[in-house]
Design a protein around this ligand. Structure first.
Ligand code: SF4
Ligand code: SF4
Length: 344
């Protein structure tokens, strides 16, 4: 695949060109208040100097709140209930620039949830498949980053169309997919170059400074019920506030709730992020709740990430080591510590 550079003085034009004259929405890392987020932004607001964005980029394909359908009653019709699907017809393709390799891998985990041999979510599929994802390799990972602990790399290419790194204030870029090669080659500021060798050297050097693999062998081979009944869960649950922060910032968490917002004339069906940490998430219409205490809810999150997703996704971990939940948990619950306890 082709390799390129974009010189520092050509970056602005390059970022502007990524929208293909307004045909694509550009999402890139930029400051919003005091936080770095992956957002729609002007070319001169994009930053290349960051560890990772505060929120993961999953909201590009799975928004926090999404309208699915409008409905109203028209009594002049034989079938008075009128439904109108929303959101699919006018979905503009995106280009994500600066997505970190861990997050791109997280989107691949989520993609297998939203599209599989039993079910396809048309909203996710349309947004995800029409996007171009240009990763930005980590040359200075953050203090809580551990992608290498869960089978990743700060230069991983999984889920990306192209991978870039910062070189002399500009960018070096390697196309990974044919679509990305086609997309990049004509863009303003892009020059052909050879960067793969330097990229491989940098990858080796950065990986050498990162944590080694987390041993999950016993979790992988263990019986679900044996792990379920381990005594450590209650201790961690006693600390957990069930605030849900870990789930909302996680690139692979994908729980949602569907609700109708309506009045007497009609309404809108909405999909909203939800969290398995919430009591109400699993409460049944009968009032029975299969996860009635914090212990069950907290155990579910870690079992899902570290046992169920690997079982369903050919061994790939449901945690990609972005470190967000480690950084943001108000009571310092650390998934790496829980993984160690689960592995006995
Ligand atoms: S962020 Fe921490 S306290 Fe909040 S739900 Fe997650 S583990 Fe519990
Ligand atoms: S579980 Fe935590 S470290 Fe792992 S991917 Fe989710 S937010 Fe990142």
């Amino acid at each position: 695949m082709a390799e390129y550079i974009v010189k520092e003085n050509a970056l602005r034009n390059f970022f502007q060109a990524l929208t293909e004259g307004g045909q694509r929405t550009l999402l890139a890392p930029a400051k919003v208040g005091d936080k770095l987020q992956m957002v729609e932004c002007e070319a001169d607001k994009i930053t290349l100097d960051f560890a990772n964005t505060h929120q993961s980029p999953k909201s590009a394909f799975f928004p926090q709140t999404q309208k699915l359908m409008a409905f109203h009653k028209d009594t002049s019709k034989s079938d008075p209930f009128v439904y109108k699907p929303l959101g699919l017809d006018n979905m503009k393709p995106t280009v994500l620039f600066g997505i970190r390799p861990c997050d791109a891998k997280g989107l691949v985990v989520a993609d297998k949830v939203f599209q599989n041999n039993r079910f396809t979510d048309p909203y996710w599929k349309t947004a995800y498949e029409s996007s171009i994802k240009i990763g930005l390799a980590c040359t200075a990972p953050g203090p809580n980053c551990f992608c290498t602990g869960v089978g990743g790399s700060p230069f991983s290419e999984t889920g990306l169309d192209a991978l870039a790194y910062v070189k002399d204030g500009g960018l070096a870029i390697k196309a990974i997919t044919a679509d990305a090669e086609e997309f990049l080659k004509g863009l303003s500021g892009v020059e052909a170059a050879e960067v793969a060798g330097e990229m491989a050297e940098l990858k080796k050097a950065v990986e050498a400074k990162m944590p080694g693999p987390i041993d999950m062998a016993k979790v992988a081979s263990g019986e679900i019920l044996d792990i379920f009944n381990q005594p450590h869960w209650k201790d961690t649950a006693d600390r957990c506030l069930n605030c849900g922060t870990c789930t909302f910032v996680c690139p692979t968490c994908h729980c949602f709730d569907i609700q109708d917002e309506q009045n007497e004339k009609g309404g809108v069906r909405m999909r909203n992020w939800d969290t398995c940490m919430s009591w109400i998430y699993t409460v049944h219409g009968t009032g029975h709740n299969p996860r009635p205490t914090k212990t069950e809810r907290m155990r579910q999150r870690f079992m899902h990430k570290l046992k169920y997703i690997p079982m369903k996704q050919d061994g790939d971990c449901g945690c990609i080591g972005c470190g967000r939940c480690v950084t943001l948990c108000p009571v310092n619950i650390d998934i790496r510590e829980v993984a160690k306890q689960m592995n006995g």
